[in-house]
Design a binder for this molecule. Structure first.
Ligand code: HPA
Length: 272
């Protein structure tokens, strides 16, 4: 099946379950944030396993379903668990969920993740103002999906300035400290070596992770407004003396989750 055929197939399967619900914001929840989806007024949930051909999320701490509902008055579709390239999916399959959410009507993509801090420490938040995707393959390689966008899309403002202003204002009014910086995506699943982290810092990265940039690129290609926030779960390799573990990442994101959830919900409520 081509990417387009697979997408059409998933779209038909989801659309017939939706009873006409049209989301405005698509929210992807990173490690440790899944509980947010359980706290909204859900009108519908669809497990990824119910969607034929849809990539299944296999990572511990990622649930694997779409939750449809409202945050304040804003209709949302939430991915409770994302699909990562390192799980072995093609880059096209990794970003299929984003295109699917676009196809069912979402105009805004709100990305969240747990990341390694290069400029910031564990527990801090970083508004993503730009990214470096040079270390992954472009998700736009292959036949262009004309339905979404052009062959050679501009990437000069991937993260939308108006949405960033809303997020900044929300953080300020809620007294939440919000840093800003550049996110770099690596393939994972291994964490970086200290030398790689030094290199990434030299290249201008402030936080490093294994998702997000590829999703932001296809959304931007498809004309969505994109914004993203990283929750720094640990200092990147070599910046502290501790070896890195997934358990540590989960622990730090769990600890930051209550404040992170408040920031995300507040910002989405302001995206009416
Ligand atoms: N590196 C890459 N991805 C991550 C990290 C990290 O240190 N922490 C959480 N996700």
């Amino acid at each position: 099946m081509t990417t387009q055929e697979k997408l059409n197939h998933c779209y038909q399967s989801v659309k017939e379950k939706l009873d006409g619900f049209v989301p405005r914001v698509a929210l992807i929840l990173g490690s440790g944030l899944g509980a947010l989806a359980d706290e909204i007024d859900a009108v519908k949930t669809i497990d990824y396993s119910e969607i034929e051909g849809f990539p299944q999320s296999t990572v511990q701490g990622h649930k694997g379903r779409f939750v449809f509902g409202k945050i304040d008055d804003v209709p949302v579709v939430i991915m409770q668990g994302r699909v990562h390239f390192y799980e072995g999916y093609s880059m096209q399959d990794t970003v299929l969920p984003v295109r699917l959410m676009r196809k069912i009507g979402a105009e805004i993509l709100f990305l969240t993740n747990a990341a390694g801090g290069i400029s910031f420490g564990a527990g801090e938040f970083m508004l993503i103002t730009d990214h470096i995707s040079t270390f992954i393959e472009s998700p736009l390689i292959g036949a262009n999906l004309d339905e979404f966008g052009v062959r050679f899309p501009d990437m000069s403002e991937i993260y939308n300035k108006e949405l960033n202003a809303i997020i900044r204002a929300t953080a300020e009014s809620s007294n939440i400290k919000l840093n800003e910086g550049v996110y770099v995506q690596t393939t994972g699943p291994n964490f970086e070596s200290p030398a790689e982290v030094k290199m990434l810092r030299t290249l201008g990265a402030d936080a490093v992770g294994m998702s997000t940039a590829c999703e932001a690129m296809v959304a931007n290609h498809a004309g969505m407004k994109v914004c993203g926030i990283s929750c720094v779960a640990n200092l990147a390799a070599g910046l502290s003396n501790n070896p890195l573990t997934h358990a540590e990442v989960m622990e730090a994101s769990d600890a930051a989750a209550p404040v992170f959830k408040k920031l995300i919900k507040g910002a989405i409520a302001a995206m009416k």
